[in-house]
Structure formats: structure tokens, C-alpha cells
Design a protein around this ligand. Structure first.
Ligand code: CU
Length: 115
């Protein structure tokens, strides 16, 4: 009898743990899906072309030792001058292609594609 009781208790515990795990995973993947990062280093944006889902917040971080900006070609977003380790974030709420550049060094270009 004792063995059966222990078996049922174990099943119940595993069930509770599994439920908690599934709920936790759901929350985690939701928030991770909507965050993406671009690093600015050595006069370039990396990744140069970034594909994201609608609703994604993209954060640019300046890892270079000189200032840069992130300016959308069509005016959708525009950062201030970012010094080393400063960040700029923008949330993309519409699908489309968003080319951008650095207004201090216009040869620096990148693109965000929102799907
Ligand atoms: Cu620049």
C-alpha cells in the first residue's frame, strides 16, 4: 500500500512541475521573440540586415570608440548621437523594409526587414 501511495504522490508532483515548466516556457519565448539587437562596431552595423517579426523592439548599441547615429532613410526613427556603449531602441509595429544609416558617416548603412 505504501508503495502505491508514494507512486501517486510522485505522479502528482511531476504533474505540477510539468505544468509550471510549460507555463514558464510560454512566457519566456514570448518576450524573447520580440527583442533583437544590432551592434555598431568598426564603422558598421551588425547584423547589417536584420529580419524581425512585427512588434519587435530592436536595440542598437554603439560598441565603437567614436560616436554614431541610427537614422531611418524614410524618417521612421532617428537616434541622438550615441557615444560608446550608448543604446537606441525602436519598436517596429508595421511590416516593411527599413533602411537606415549613420548621419555622421553616411556610408554606414543597414536595414531592418519587418515580416
Ligand atoms: Cu557613424
Amino acid at each position: 500500500m505504501k508503495t502505491i501511495a508514494l507512486f501517486i504522490l510522485t505522479l502528482a508532483t511531476v504533474g505540477i512541475l510539468a505544468t509550471a515548466l510549460v507555463a514558464g516556457t510560454g512566457d519566456g519565448s514570448n518576450s524573447q521573440q520580440h527583442i533583437s539587437e544590432v551592434k555598431i562596431d568598426n564603422f558598421s552595423f551588425g547584423p547589417n540586415e536584420l529580419k524581425v517579426a512585427v512588434g519587435t523592439t530592436v536595440t542598437w548599441t554603439n560598441r565603437d570608440d567614436i560616436p554614431h547615429t541610427v537614422v531611418s532613410t524614410d524618417g521612421a526613427f532617428k537616434s541622438k548621437v550615441l557615444d560608446t556603449d550608448e543604446k537606441f531602441s525602436f519598436t517596429f509595429t508595421k511590416t516593411g523594409s527599413y533602411p537606415y544609416f549613420c548621419s555622421i558617416h553616411p556610408k554606414m548603412t543597414g536595414k531592418v526587414v519587418v515580416q
